[in-house]
Every structure is written in C-alpha cells, then in structure tokens.
Design a protein around this ligand. Structure first.
Ligand SMILES: O=C(O)CCC(=O)C(=O)O
Ligand SMILES: [Fe+2]
Length: 320
C-alpha cells in the first residue's frame, strides 16, 4: 500500500452482532450448541447484582484482599511494549477508585486507568473461580446453565475504569460475558479474519482499532468488524476462537464464564487463562516451525516459491 494513504480513504466493513431474545434455558443451550456466531443475549434476569453493585456497595462488601490490577496512564492498553503495570491493591479500594472514574471525563482527570481480570488463588496453578473466591458477590448473580459442570472451566470477575480498552485477543473456550454495571463496546472479528489481524500468539498488535495505522497494518482493512454495545443485564456469547476488543464506556463490572465445548482431550492441561492453543494446533505449529527451518535452507526465490505453494495447499485443505 502507498505510504501516503490517508485513513479516510479506507473503509472497513462493519456489521452488527445479532441479538438473541432469551426465553428458556433449554432453547438457549441448544442454540449455542449449533451457532458459531457471537450473539447478544437479552431478556435473561441476571439477579439483584444489576441494581445492587454500585461502586459504593462493592467497596463496602468486598474484602481488602489484594488483587493484581493492570494500571495504565493511557486508556488503550498496549502489550508490545507494555504501557501498563500490574499493581497489587485491596479489592475494595479498586472498587472505590473505579467508581470515581465512572465516566470518560472523570477517568481522564484521574490520570490512571484500572483493569482487573480476577485470577485463581494461586495465579500460576489455579483458574479464576468467582463462586469459590467471592461468595459475598456470587450470591447476587444468576446465569443460565448452558454448559454442564464437566464442561465448566472458569468464572472471571472484570472491573474496569471508564475508557480503558483491552487489546484484541482470542480465547480457546466458548464464553458468556455477563454485563453487570456500566456499558462496554465490543468489536469482534471472525476466526476467518485471523490472518488480517497480524496476531502475535493470542493477541493483535492493532491496538487502536478505530484509528489504525493502515500503512503498518494494510490487511486489517479486509477484516470485517462485528460491533455491539453491552448494557447492564446483557450477555455476550463469544464463540471460540472469535477475536474480541473491549472498550469500557463507563466504570464497568462484568463476569465471564468459560467452558469447554469440545472434547476434553483437545485442551492443554496447564492452561489457567483458557487461551493456550488446542493440543493438535500446538503440534501443527511445532511442525510448521520445522517446515520453515527447512525452507530457510533454500535460495530466496525457491523459498518464496515453496512458501506460496504451501499457502495454497493449506488454504485448500483448511478453509471452510
Ligand atoms: O470484558 C472484558 O474486559 C474482557 C472480556 C473478555 O476478554 C472475555 O470475556 O473473554
Ligand atoms: Fe477474552
């Protein structure tokens, strides 16, 4: 792409995430077993948390146990290089700070943005389990049982100040994100667009998806963006491995539930975040790195020839 391209000349296709009106658990469960598209689920009563969980309430009922919080001077979180630090702070204190930065204006005055993704008791070994770890809160929330106990993997509490935006990433398990307080804007990208997102492991380096550097990321213009806004009480079904980028429009509280929709043997056993590649994919990536080493032995024009040749084979054999 010419280096004098201006962002206004490039239009990315944007679609809206479809809505699903909740009627009963069985119908929703069956629906989620067949659709592989994200859906905004509305009409399910998530319980008293929706009215109850103000920052003042959370400040008063949450413990002063230390939690590890991402703290950044900028609202757009970047991972390479990192523009945030992990700081330990009492959970009840975090609720108060996030409450002060409840909208974009007050958050920008605070000069620090906060983002909590709850971790397991031992963050290196255990998965986050909201029910076990935060009984003072979990009694206030209801979620539809769309997965079995066997399939359940983790439940993660997410607290964020207004404005903070989490980089685009994929998770390896199916997921329902339940919005409790404030609004989130979520942009999703299909797994079919993964090659247009310049992935580095599970994350995309295109941090500012609303104003991307088109010279650096020209293929991003081919990606279709699926947008939705989550309001309190809404739930978003994010099928694995759809990519998602989350911007907090207000002070937000949300919980998400990951579950294993595939056979258990597919999943890495040492995965506490639910984002390690499936075991056969890990094997395929190792074989690919060996194939690339073999191609390195060739002169450049043969390396490119075989590289392009192999892309064609991979496309033919893997694209649906
Ligand atoms: O709500 C957020 O901040 C992130 C949600 C997310 O990444 C997830 O539910 O997998
Ligand atoms: Fe995620």
């Amino acid at each position: 792409m010419a280096s004098n391209t201006t962002p206004t000349e490039i239009h990315q296709q944007v679609k809206l995430v479809s809505r699903y009106q909740y009627t009963n658990e069985l119908e929703l469960t069956e629906f989620l077993q067949t659709t592989r598209l994200p859906h905004l689920i509305q009409g399910f009563d998530i319980g008293p948390c929706k009215e109850l969980w103000t920052s003042e309430y959370l400040h008063s009922v949450c413990s002063s146990n230390l939690v590890s919080v991402m703290v950044s001077l900028q609202p757009l979180l970047e991972f390479a290089p990192k523009n945030y630090e992990y700081k330990s702070m009492p959970l009840n204190e975090l609720c108060k700070l996030c409450g002060i930065s409840h909208d974009l204006e007050s958050a920008s005055k605070m000069k620090e943005y906060y983002y909590l993704r709850s971790l397991g008791e031992n963050p290196f070994k255990d998965v986050a389990d909201f029910y076990k770890q935060l009984p003072e809160l979990s009694k206030d929330i209801l979620i539809p049982k769309v997965f079995t106990e066997e399939q359940y993997f983790s439940s993660v509490l997410r607290i964020a100040s207004a404005g903070i935006q989490l980089f685009t990433h994929y998770d390896i398990m199916d997921n329902i994100l339940v919005q409790i307080r404030g609004r989130k804007r979520i942009a999703l990208f299909s797994p079919r667009d993964s090659n247009n997102l310049y992935l580095q492991k599970e994350k995309s380096p295109i941090v500012d998806i609303d104003n991307p550097d088109w010279d650096k990321f020209p293929k991003f213009s081919n990606a279709i963006r699926w947008d939705c806004i989550l309001n309190p009480g809404d739930m978003l079904y994010i099928p694995a491995p759809w990519l998602h980028n989350v911007k907090n429009l207000d002070f937000t509280v949300a919980i998400n539930f990951f579950w294993k929709n595939l056979d258990k043997s597919m999943y890495a056993t040492n995965d506490v975040f639910g984002n390690k590649d499936l075991i056969p994919a890990q094997r395929a990536k190792q074989i690919l790195s060996r194939a690339l080493k073999a191609l390195d032995e060739l002169p450049p024009e043969f390396k490119e020839f075989y590289g392009r040749n192999m892309i064609g084979i991979i496309e033919e054999k893997t694209f649906q």
